[in-house]
Design a protein around this ligand. Structure first.
Ligand code: B12
Length: 317
């Protein structure tokens, strides 16, 4: 658990514990976000007895509310967590360099990418200006210079996270989310296609989003990173029904299958049982905040780089 700084542990021992779902409702974030804050930044429930459901104390809730207030004020998630864990408030957090306001039509607000590198700020600006060509060019240039994993982790993850935050705070602008999404697909897709043109691998990697899951962008990042290693993947897209995944596995005999779930509603592990038995069963990996990492055990992978390593190993043996 997060070792919360304020000396209220005694009080909270008697206070009623709150479920993850209730905390998520109260803060207006998903349970997956709460899990990430706990896992990644150490801000989580203090009552966590073995076998029991995770419970937040009123102190934990207060800490999370402070963390959220800091994030809304433009502080990065990591800095907000650090401030909460050290007992600091807004005042001690260094002012954040915000991206310049867009000067072209289509703007009028910013995507918060506090602490991100200049290219991420550039992409955020281009996105808010609805300048699709600039978005694709910027991503493509970075892919060529720095590769898929770096481009995804350093540029896209901060911008996409900023877009999600903006959605939480203001209702977002769907057109901007769509523009960035289309730019990702175009830039990563073209880059991957050019790299593996003419390549053949004995066994492919299947990439899909879980049933009912509309989010697919990490699959495009994966395809590009695999292509850099001469691994051919097959993009099966969003909301893939279980029976279609089963059929695709039978038809292609893949070395590996990767399934993305962005939200709790779509991370159902019974999907693993649907992978048909075969002489050379594929490696099956799941990634994204929708899965429960503990339940998914060895199938779960937490970042792009580890996913690429494991998938490539499955292909090359
Ligand atoms: C782009 C986007 C869309 C696009 C998707 C386009 C596409 N083809 O994928 C569109 C516009 C279609 C969309 C729609 C919706 N979206 Co949306 N979307 C996003 C956004 C901005 C990015 C999604 C993404 O790619 N994330 C990937 C990375 C950047 O984020 P992450 O998963 O949290 O990353 C963590 C790990 O997964 C890991 N990681 C990062 N990259 C990788 C890669 C690999 C391979 C691995 C293994 C791990 C890994 O590191 C991170 C730290 O832990 C998110 C915001 C966000 N924070 O994610 C919202 C978000 C996911 N959307 C959300 C919602 C609610 C929706 C809608 C349901 C409603 C809406 N907002 O309009 C609709 C669905 C409509 C429908 N048709 O059903 C919510 C989900 C809330 C929840 N329940 O958890 C989010 C979080 C926004 C928010 N409110 O904060 N969305």
């Amino acid at each position: 658990m997060a070792q919360l700084p304020h000396n209220q542990g005694m009080e909270s021992a008697q206070a009623p514990a709150i479920t993850v779902a209730a905390v998520a409702r109260r803060l207006g974030v998903s349970p997956a976000t709460l899990r990430t804050w706990d896992r990644r930044y150490g801000v989580g429930p203090s009552e966590h007895s073995a076998g029991a459901h995770r419970r937040y104390s009123p102190d934990d809730l207060q800490a999370l509310e402070r963390m959220q207030a800091l994030i809304r004020a433009g502080v990065s998630t990591a800095d907000a967590a650090r401030a909460v864990l050290s007992g600091a408030g807004l005042a001690v957090v260094a002012p954040i360099a915000r991206p310049e306001a867009p000067s072209r039509p289509g703007g009028g607000a910013v995507i918060s990418v506090a602490g991100a590198i200049p290219s991420a700020r550039g992409l955020a600006r281009a996105a808010m200006c609805l300048d699709g060509r600039a978005c694709v060019d910027l991503i493509t240039e970075s892919l060529r210079e720095r590769g898929a994993v770096w481009t995804w982790d350093e540029i896209l993850v901060p911008v996409l996270t900023g877009l999600g935050q903006r959605w939480n705070d203001t209702g977002g602008t769907i057109e901007t989310e769509h523009l960035v999404s289309e730019s990702v697909k175009q830039a990563f897709g073209t880059y991957a296609h050019e790299l593996v043109r003419g390549e053949r691998t004995e066994r492919v990697v299947l990439l899909a989003a879980a049933p009912d899951e509309p989010h697919t962008l990490p699959l495009w990042a994966l395809a590009a990173a695999l292509a850099e290693r001469s691994v051919v993947s097959v993009q099966l897209g969003s909301r893939l029904p279980v029976h279609s995944l089963t059929s695709a596995v039978k038809r292609t005999g893949p070395a590996a299958v990767f399934v993305w779930s962005q939200t709790d509603e779509t991370g159902h592990l019974d999907l693993l049982e649907a992978i048909p038995d075969s002489r050379r069963p594929p490696l099956v990996l799941v990634g994204g905040p929708g899965w429960d990492p503990h339940a998914a055990q060895d199938h779960w992978v937490g970042d792009l780089s580890s996913a690429v390593t494991r998938l490539v190993r499955a292909v090359v043996g």
